[in-house]
Ligand binder design. Structure first.
Ligand code: C5P
Length: 308
């Protein structure tokens, strides 16, 4: 009898993304603060009689996501996750994966990483593989810098490539507006532009550090302080590749957002609101300015990968 397991995993916003100069391994040293938000990717894994791994993708229309923009070949991160888990455990089992999108595609919110996190947990359960949390973390880090965070959720500090995680103290809920674009930005392209800017003389910290101001603000639970402490070293590179994002940021500021940043490598713009009501007002203003593809509201922190 086949067994189906459904897991949801959250997308994220980087409240701080401090980026150092590229290393010999092609990666950049990071000091980042992640916050998971309640936009989730949902992955259902159904085990198969044979050893095939298949994937199908569905996206609710309201999110403005085109399911066809998500690859269904071996480059899909959920497929990579299933393969990596199978390899680690010497299994020869197959699985049908069904993804329901809830996080913008190629938006800088780690939607693909959430697919990988959810697929790891769902496959482990569907295959009855006794995998410890530490082993899952290791496989997750091999799949992408943001995958371990999607497993864990809540608010966390990420060092190294972003995957060396430790929990961060945070009080209360924060209300966000997320303005997406129809054309995504490629993460390597944004890091590449960052490298060009560094080569052109832009000042970077060799040893990126977590902002004490932000950590204090999160502990206080005061969204004004958090809004003032938001920062993203990839923002200039993302704006250089997608200059129209400044119009989205301006629209959020006009609606009195407490802080506005490009999320991760973009192009999603994240604006922090005073309250849920205020988030809806900011979203309405950005919508009226017609500068974004879709405008969503979300709150965080949200839990990590969870079996439903
Ligand atoms: O790890 P992940 O697959 O999310 O990274 C995608 C790309 O982003 C990498 O191939 C690399 O170009 C860039 N990256 C980086 N430094 C990091 C994380 C990602 O340069 N710390």
């Amino acid at each position: 009898m086949s067994r189906s397991v459904t897991v949801r995993a959250p997308g994220k916003i980087n409240l701080q993304l401090a980026v150092g100069p590229v290393g010999d391994d092609g990666y950049h040293p990071l000091a980042t603060v992640f916050q998971a938000v309640d936009l989730y990717e949902t992955v259902t894994a159904t085990d198969r009689e044979d050893d095939e791994i298949t994937v199908t993708v569905e996206a609710p229309r309201t999110l403005g996501i085109d399911p066809a923009s998500v690859p269904t070949d071996a480059s899909n991160l959920a497929v990579k996750a299933a393969l990596a888990l199978r390899e680690s455990y010497g299994l020869d089992l197959g699985v049908d994966l069904h993804i329901v999108k809830g996080v913008p595609v190629a938006g800088g919110m780690a939607g693909g990483s959430a697919d990988a996190a959810a697929a790891l947990v769902a496959c482990a359960e569907a295959w009855g593989a006794a995998v410890s949390r530490t082993e899952l973390d290791e496989i997750a880090a091999g799949l992408g810098a943001d995958v371990p965070f999607s497993l864990h959720g809540h608010t966390a500090v990420g060092l190294g490539r972003g995957s060396d995680l430790s929990p961060a103290m945070s009080r209360g809920q924060f209300h966000w507006v997320l303005a997406t674009q129809s054309d995504g930005l490629s993460t390597p392209a944004v890091y590449g532009r960052f490298d060009d800017q560094v080569a052109g003389g832009a000042v970077v910290d060799d040893d990126p550090r977590i902002s004490e101001e932000l950590m204090g603000a999160l502990m206080s639970g005061d969204p004004r302080r958090v809004g003032a402490a938001l920062s993203n070293d990839l923002q200039a590179a993302a704006l250089n590749l997608a200059p129209h994002l400044t119009r989205v940021m301006d629209a959020a500021r006009e609606a009195e957002a407490l802080g506005v940043i490009v999320s991760g490598s973009g192009p999603t713009v994240a604006a922090l609101a005073r309250s849920r009501q205020h988030a809806l007002a900011i979203a309405a203003h950005i919508g009226a300015e017609d500068v974004a593809h879709t405008v969503l509201t979300a709150s965080g922190p949200a839990p990590g990968a969870t079996i439903l």
